[in-house]
Design a binder for this molecule. Structure first.
Ligand code: NAD
Ligand code: GLY
Length: 361
């Protein structure tokens, strides 16, 4: 097992990464300082892993909330379900919330933990690759609004993150690929060597070689932890973690939550950001081809949906947390392995990218 610390002063916490971590009772129990524990999971993950976690908690008063599965349930009304469970069992302010699931469960639960009685401790047990390499680390929690993805939320750090590589065995190939999109992101934004390693080892990753999976989780969490430690609340460099996300969020919101997986939308957005970077004179044609080739090898989409017009894209991109005074600002790539800070982009150049993929509008 490898342990890494997210360094945030008195809010620092460990990420435990390894094979079989769900079977290690002490790992979990040492972080529970209360008698009352609530586990929030969903209808897919519960039959797979709830018992494996809850058997460690026999000395606690345990409440379980099983949410419906899907991005479309990442809403305020689902958060209210968690509040109702906490209040109906009279859970106190020191109760511990355990988020057991993918990024959707983690984001909803973390936000519920941030709000309930103004904040209760919570623990992340991420069960998708995407959640293990990205959403469980760093303290961004929240839900979607019909008019914008992740628009309601809070920064709220967990007590620890427990990652078990074994749980990826039940994840289907499409979900694994979606997680790899965020793994590739770290290479692109700040770690050229990692990007090159992924290129060389992509077949092993896709074959779920345990050593390769463990390595990408460790390298991704290291990159994420370093960025978060440098800028917890995204007043500067943390924004680079959003490479491709402004386009991606527009796709997710524009075509309806759930049609594209988050990682798929990010993959498309990454290609659009790469194309825009080339148009702004930052990347070469060869760089862009290299990025698209890797994403295609993973089986990820690289072109935006044809039913989302450039005009709709721009309207949706106008609702983004990086925008300032209404100006759309994007993370671009200076080169493979180095992202820019948010850059205001002229509408005409943005339109060139949006119209690049066989569009006529
Ligand atoms: P998800 O949570 O919807 O999980 C994907 C699917 O896999 C779901 O059907 C889920 O039930 C299922 N699943 C989970 N674990 C499984 C397992 N071990 N075996 C089989 N099936 C399993 O999606 P996701 O990709 O994990 O997360 C996407 C969400 O994360 C989005 O809402 C995105 O906005 C958010 N996100 C947040 C951050 C952050 O910093 N907070 C970062 C990136 C993404
Ligand atoms: N996933 C973006 C961030 O955590 O900042």
């Amino acid at each position: 097992m490898n342990t890494m610390q997210v360094e945030l002063g008195d809010r620092s916490y460990p990420i435990y990464m390894g094979v079989g971590n769900l079977d290690k009772a002490d790992l979990l129990i040492q972080h529970i300082k209360s008698k009352q524990v609530i586990i929030v999971t969903n209808e897919t993950v519960a039959p797979l892993y709830l018992q494996q976690v809850s058997r460690h908690l026999q000395q606690f008063q345990v409440e379980v909330v099983i949410l419906p599965d899907g991005e479309q349930y990442k809403t305020l009304s689902t958060v209210e379900t968690v509040f109702t469970a906490l209040l109906s069992k009279q859970f106190s302010r020191n109760a511990t919330l355990i988020a057991l699931g993918g990024g959707v469960v983690g984001d909803i639960s973390g936000f519920a933990a941030a709000c309930y009685q103004r904040g209760i401790p919570f623990i992340q047990i991420p069960t998708t690759l995407l959640a293990q390499v990205d959403s469980s680390v760093g303290g961004k929690t929240g839900v979607n609004h019909a008019l914008g993805k992740n628009m309601i939320g809070a920064f709220y750090q967990p007590q620890c993150v427990i990652i078990d590589v074994n749980v990826l065995a039940t994840l289907d190939d499409r979900q694994l690929a979606a997680g790899i999109a965020e793994v590739i992101k770290y290479g692109l934004i700040r770690d050229y060597d990692f990007f090159s390693w992924i290129e060389v080892n992509i077949d092993k990753i896709l074959a779920r070689d345990e050593t390769a999976l463990t390595y990408i989780i460790e390298q991704s969490c290291r990159n994420k932890a370093e960025v978060v430690a440098a800028d917890e609340r995204e007043s500067g460099t943390r924004a680079i973690l959003n490479l491709g996300h402004t386009f991606g969020h527009a796709i997710e919101t524009g075509v309806g939550y759930g049609r594209y997986l988050h990682g798929e939308a990010v993959a498309i957005g990454t290609c659009q950001a790469a194309d825009l970077s080339r148009r702004m004179g930052l990347l070469t044609d060869i760089d862009v081809e290299r990025i698209e080739t890797l994403l295609r090898k993973v089986g990820l989409p690289t072109e935006p949906p044809v039913d989302l017009s450039a005009e709709e894209f721009i309207n949706l991109m106008a609702v983004d947390k990086k925008n300032v005074d209404g100006e759309i600002r994007l993370i671009l790539l200076n080169k493979i392995g180095e992202a820019s800070l948010p850059i205001g982009v002229e509408r005409s150049v943005l339109l060139e990218t949006l119209n690049h993929y066989g569009r006529t509008d």
